[in-house]
Each structure stands twice: as C-alpha cells, then as structure tokens.
Design a binder for this molecule. Structure first.
Ligand code: Q9C
Ligand code: ZN
Length: 660
C-alpha cells in the first residue's frame, strides 16, 4: 500500500494578467517548485502517480451554486477587461482564461485522490493543485480559490463511499471560511482550522473565524477554530495545539477519512503567514494524523508563497506519508503566552461537546474580553509600514536534515521456540558482553539463555543507535529485569536520552531515573505518587491500561508533549504482563511513539505475551493502527487526575502548558 501523488503540469498554466498587489504571490512557480523538489529528492519516484481529471458539473454542485458555476464557465471566453471586471465582485482572487479548466482539474485531483485511498489502491496521498480551494464559497470565489477542492472531496467521499465521519484538518495559515460555511451545521464533517487572526485584524477579517464559532444546529461542536493572535508562532505552538486541542477531539470523533487542507503558508519564511515553524514540523503534523481513520489520509495543497519553504514543506509531508522516519525536533520549549491563550480558549469553547476536553480549565475572563479591532487608521499605517521589508525580512533557516531509512525496519530478539512474525528480521548474532555485566546477570539468576538474550539485546540497541535498524521487538522471560538492564547497562554509554514508556504495573521503576538521562512515563492503576520526580512520571488511571479512553487521553495530553520536549534518542516501550491494554490502543501507542527518536523504538514484552506479537510487529513495520472505536465515556476521576498532574508538571515541562 503506497502513497499517491497527483500532479498535472496543466495547473501551472494560468497566472495573474494585471497588476494586483493582493494576488501577485499566487504564481505558477508554486506548483513547479513543489513538484520539482519531489522529483529531485527521488520522492516522486517512490509515489504512485495518479492522473488528474476534471471534476464534473454535478461534483462541483455538491458544494457550489448553479449560478456561480455557470458564471465561472463563461470566464474562458472573456476578454481581459471582462475578466478584470468579473474578478472585482470577489475578494483577493483573479481569473484567467484557463483558470476554469485548472479549477476543474484541482477539484478532480482531490476526487481522484479520495478514490485511490477509499478503494485501497493506496494508503494515503497528496494532490498538488492550483487554484487552491478552502476560501471559495457556495456562490463566490475568494482568496485565490475558485472551487472548494477539499469540501467537494468530503461530500464526494460521503456520497460515493458512505463514509460516515470526515475530519478536515486545515493547517494553512488562513482561515478556510469556505469549508467552515459548508459544514458548520453538519456533524458528519469535523472541521479544524488554525489561522493568523490578530484579533480580526488579519485577512479575511471575519468575526466567525474566532474560537467561539463552534458550529451550529446539529453541527455544534464540529467546527474548531484556533486563532493565532500574534505572528512568529513556532513548532512548539503548533504541536501544543495538536496535542491539547485537535488530537483529543479527533480521536474522540474517530473519523473514517482524514482530509488535509495542506497549506504551507504556515511555515517559516512565508510572506503571508509570518510564522516561524520550520518545514520539518509538517513531518510531525502529518505523522500525528496518520494513525487516524486506519491511515486513510488525503492531503490537498492550499497556500504556501515562499517557494523555498513551500518546496521543503511539501517534501517533508510526502516523505512522512511514504513512512520514512520522522526527524527529531530539538529545543521545543513550550507554547508562547499568546498561543496558550488561543489554545485555552479553544479548549474551553469545546469542553461542552467533547468528553476528552471536559476537564479543560476556563480562561481568565480578563484575557478574552480584551480583544479589539484596531481603528482603520492604525491598520493603514501598519500596512504602509515597509511592506517590502516585512516580506523579505531576513528569515533564514537550515535545510531540513536528510531522513535516512535504516536498511532494516524491524528486528526481533526471540527465544528459539518462538516463530518470528513476518517482516521482522530475527537477530541471531550476539555480542560478547562485558564480563562484569555477565556476572551481574548471573547473580540476578539469569540463566545461560538469558545471557544470550541480553547479549542479542545489546547488539540490537547498538544497531538502533547506529541507525542500521529502525526499531525492535524483544521477548524476555522477565520484562522488569530486562528493562533495568537496558536502562542501566545497555544504553548508558550509547544514548543521551531514553524515554521509557511503561504500560502497566511495576513498582521499582523510580530507581532508574535521576539525572535526566532517562524519562519514565508509566501508565497503570497503581498510585506511586510519593516517588514522583521530574523524570519519573507515574500516571494513575482508575481502571489502569484496560480503559482505552483514559489511556488515549494520557498519551495525547501527557506522553506526547513530554516526549516532544524531552526529545529522546531512543524509546523503550515496556509492556508489563497483564497490563490489560487493548490491542488497538497498543498499536496506536506504538504508532504515535514512532514520532520520537527518528522512530527508534525498542519494545520489551514478556515471553508469555506472544499473542500480541503480531499486532506489535505490524505497528513497528509502520502499518496504520486500527481506529479506537466506540470509546467509553472517560471516568471523571481520570480527567481530573490528568489535569492535576499536568498542572503540577507544567513548571518542569513547558509543553504541558494549557493555561496561563
Ligand atoms: N498581502 C490561500 O492561502 N490576501 N489563500 C492576500 C496579500 C489573500 C490566501 C493579501 C490571501 C489568500 C489559499
Ligand atoms: Zn493560506
């Protein structure tokens, strides 16, 4: 199952034919550089190329009015003067004799992509299209957009494939008001958008782009806006909103299909967005969505106006869709004050509708009432102020590092009588252990086979660190002993930071963590609060790991932000016997943890838990996890406990901040 790439050179064949400062950034080169970057990096060769097609009238009419379609149909025959005049009735958009053809191809590309994913021809994919879509409305073009490609695709997927729930993630830096209007009363389509807002001072300057537009009628709660009220938002800000707003709701919503309004004007260097998130952030945003809907994800290009930043961001997205290891993000220091305010407001506005946000704190009243629209005069001054300078303002950033795939994806260390799951490479060679370690193992009553297992385990750790193997699965007679051994002896000289994720009960974990070389997050029903420290974080759930609702909340709201801030070089995932963790949750956890340490995860399981080896192997090999269906209402105690824990840890771990 591969990744689809839709591209047709025809969509580069229209451009602005007159002078219009508002539209001059929307150029054919946007598409050309994006595609060429994919070709040059060898990524396009690894994708399955799908031909574009024109969307039909009836498909366009799924979203747009007949009157509007008929009007756009006439544009190929208009004179330049007619085109200019036609353009004037809309905002920040231009027409060209060939744009109607391209707009049909853009929407049709999105539909071809939906077909490829829904029929199982590919797992996921991206459509590189012009014109973009998310600003266009029922009867109007707007913001460079003619037909609403993603909105049409969502309606099409529902109609043609009976898809029940569609999640639309709009990471473009502008508010896709066209998508919001299309689905605001529709509970089957959940629309999430973050956007530069500046208290309504940024285009399209709509009151309804604020966090309190949550949808209407039966669609109430299914529209999520996160307005950015400052420029300069960074990777930390974007990831915080994913962990604390989007993902909890997305997992509770449980979509059958994910569509992404993939605009890259939210990246550094973009003259429109003026944000500071680096192109590799899109690897993470993509990765975090890839375990929803069984991996069915369709990304459709929207904005992106800095050609360098755009091309790099497109490559990061595609490489992630292809399943390559996700790059490490260093120095995540938590969201800025303004981002905290935005995410707190969004969480608070939605806590009534989503049980996973129920325990969100209300924002302080003073903060939210101080928003204001600056006077028109102030605005004008701001616009005049060194327009040229602001756009080219010396933003430089390093090219994202190459993402090398280890020659082996998944390896295993198993007892001789256990059959290795398909796709895993059994490790047979073993390294001679330090005599000191051998004697230590012997004193710990480890038998000869045990010593062999540990020496193979050591080999595995070395190969993970050397990037010869991406991840590994190890069956041991005693996970607790193996965990201690890996943390204390095997990784200590090889790895700077190990994130230990412990699923289930284990009493003596707090020994292993003092100096920040190891961060332990343990999820269980055990209350070991007295041992808690910055680097030992027990998460206590009422029903332990068997309660998937509590578990996924802990993973999204605690483990992910902690992992991002800690930035481990290795993840050690330990499954305690009898943890009770549900299979789909276990796979989701493994999938999400692949976002850390360039995917270097070592899974430790007890020999008597062979039954879940297949699902573990599948997740390690990068197959999408099954969705978490029919989640129970979370226990209020768990929501409270998680919120309290988060509150307490905020001082040490800034990525946990959700309140100011
Ligand atoms: N300073 C998309 O990104 N305003 N559309 C331009 C120029 C319109 C953006 C003002 C921006 C439209 C798909
Ligand atoms: Zn945009």
């Amino acid at each position: 199952m591969g990744t689809a790439l839709l591209y047709d050179e025809e969509m580069t064949k229209y451009k602005l034919l007159w002078v219009d400062p508002a539209c001059k950034i929307e150029v054919p080169e946007r598409l050309i550089v994006s595609y060429e970057a994919l070709v040059r990096s060898g990524l396009s060769d690894r994708c399955i190329s799908i031909p574009a097609r024109e969307a039909s009238d009836s498909e366009i009419l799924l979203v747009h009015s007949e009157l509007y379609l008929e009007a756009v149909k006439k544009t190929p025959y208009m004179t330049l003067e007619d085109l200019k005049e036609f353009t004037l009735q809309f905002g920040d958009v231009y027409f060209h004799p060939n744009i109607y053809h391209c707009a049909k191809l853009a929407s049709g590309s999105a539909l071809q992509l939906v077909d490829s994913v829904m029929t199982g021809k590919v797992r996921n994919g991206i459509a590189l299209v012009r014109p973009p879509g998310h600003h266009s409305m029922h009867g109007a073009a707007n913001g460079f957009c003619v037909f609403n490609n993603v909105a049409i695709a969502a309606r099409y997927a529902k109609q043609k494939y009976g898809v029940k729930r569609v999640l639309i993630v709009d990471w473009d830096i502008h508010h896709g008001q066209g998508v919001q209007y299309c689905f605001e009363d529709d509970p089957s389509v959940l629309y999430f958008s973050w956007h530069r807002y500046e208290h309504q001072n940024f285009w399209p300057n709509l009151r309804e782009s604020d966090y309190d537009s949550v949808g209407k009628e039966s669609g109430t709660g299914f529209n999520i806006n996160v307005p950015w009220n400052n420029v300069g938002m960074e990777n930390s800000d974007y990831l915080s909103v994913f962990c604390h707003v989007l993902l909890p709701v997305a997992y509770e919503f449980c979509p059958d299909l994910v569509l992404v309004c993939a605009g890259f004007d939210s990246a550094i260097g973009d003259p429109e967005g003026e944000m500071c998130a680096t192109p590799d952030i899109f690897a993470h945003l993509t990765h975090l969505l890839m375990n929803l809907a069984g991996g069915k994800l369709c990304a459709v290009l929207e904005g992106g106006y800095n050609l360098t930043s755009l091309a790099q961001s497109v490559c990061q997205t595609v490489q992630t869709l292809l399943g390559d290891p996700v790059p490490q993000l260093a120095n995540l220091r938590g969201p800025c004050k303004s981002a905290i305010e935005s995410l707190q407001c969004a969480r608070s506005a939605h806590r009534r509708y989503w049980s996973f946000l129920k325990h969100a704190a209300d924002p302080p009243m003073t903060d939210i009432s101080t928003k204001h629209i600056k006077s028109a005069m102030e605005e004008e001054e701001k616009t005049e102020m060194a327009e040229e300078e602001r756009c080219t303002e010396g933003k430089v950033w390093p090219e994202p590092p190459e993402r090398l795939c280890p020659p082996v994806c998944s390896a295993s260390v198993l007892p001789d009588d256990v059959v290795c799951p398909d796709g895993l490479k059994p490790l047979s060679s073993s390294k001679d252990l330090e005599p000191l370690l051998v004697s230590k193992l012997k004193t710990a009553a480890v038998d000869g086979d045990g010593v062999t297992t540990f020496s193979r385990l050591y080999t595995l750790v070395e190969k993970l660190v050397a990037n010869e193997i991406r991840n590994g699965l190890v069956l041991v007679p005693d996970v607790a002993a193996a965990m201690m051994c890996v943390v204390q002896d095997l990784t200590s000289d090889l790895v700077k930071r190990v994130l230990v994720v412990c699923v289930g009960k284990e009493k003596e974990l707090d020994y292993v963590t003092t100096d920040g070389k190891v961060l332990v997050v343990q999820i269980s029903s055990e209350d070991s609060e007295e041992h808690r420290s910055k680097y030992y974080i027990p998460v206590c759930l009422k029903k332990g790991c068997s309660d998937t609702s509590g578990f996924i909340q802990a993973v999204l709201g605690l483990l992910l932000p902690l992992g991002y801030e800690y930035n481990p070089d290795l993840v050690l995932l330990v499954r305690m016997p009898g943890s009770g963790v549900v299979d789909s949750m276990w796979q989701q956890l493994i999938g999400l943890l692949q976002g850390f340490a360039k995917g270097h995860t070592l899974v430790l399981m007890q020999v008597n838990e062979k039954a879940c080896m297949g699902s573990t192997a599948s997740a390690l090999l990068g197959h999408p996890a099954p969705p978490l269906q029919d989640l129970q209402t979370p226990f209020p105690e768990d929501g409270d406990a998680l919120e309290r824990l988060r509150e307490r840890l905020q001082a040490d771990w800034k990525m946990l901040q959700t309140t100011s």
